[in-house]
Unconditional design. Sequence first.
Length: 165
Amino acid sequence: MPKYVETIIVGGGQAGLAASYYLSQAERPHLILERSPHAAHAWRDQRWDSFTLVTPNWTVRMPGAEYDGPNPKGFLSREQVVEYLEQYVARFRLPVRYGVEVTSVRRRPNGYYLINTSAGTGSVANRENGESRACVPAGSYAAMPKIVWINWRCATGSPLANQRT
Ligand SMILES: Cc1cc2nc3c(=O)[nH]c(=O)nc-3n(C[C@H](O)[C@H](O)[C@H](O)COP(=O)(O)OP(=O)(O)OC[C@H]3O[C@@H](n4cnc5c(N)ncnc54)[C@H](O)[C@@H]3O)c2cc1C
């Protein structure tokens, strides 16, 4: 676990992987911490063997990997969803550390966040604590008060500040 990472994403489900995709596209340093030992935990470990999506394949639209297979009106099986997400991580080289559980996130007076992680089965030395900086653009509260958008750009003074991430 590095001492400092600009952005830490807790959980490597679709939401975390999509956020990582955009951060990667923007070449921003970040890390996904996923407590399960492998990708696609929700689908691999929390669905029954004969599971298929209830949403048709054309709705499978992770950023950069929209479904383009031969059966857009079909329904991916559990194994196919797992494979799709595994390939997604590999294709975009998303920086996932498996077997690392985030146990607490605490904001510090200096505006940084202290991320506590537990030891896991991954190769990362995750008994150490890491610090991550985040910035919440002011406009996000007004637009949707219950959703906090975290955006590194406002900290860098980039002209892209305040755009949605
Ligand atoms: C039975 C069922 C059927 C469904 N069918 C469909 C469908 O057909 N089509 C569809 O679009 N959606 C479907 N869904 C919904 C879909 O599964 C969810 O919308 C989706 O998984 C949410 O993705 P997520 O990334 O937000 O969360 P998750 O997929 O739950 O991922 C969260 C990840 O975070 C990790 N995590 C959690 N806490 C920590 C922590 N403290 N530290 C480290 N890691 C952590 C977890 O291990 C997990 O891998 C279904 C859901 C269920 C329950």
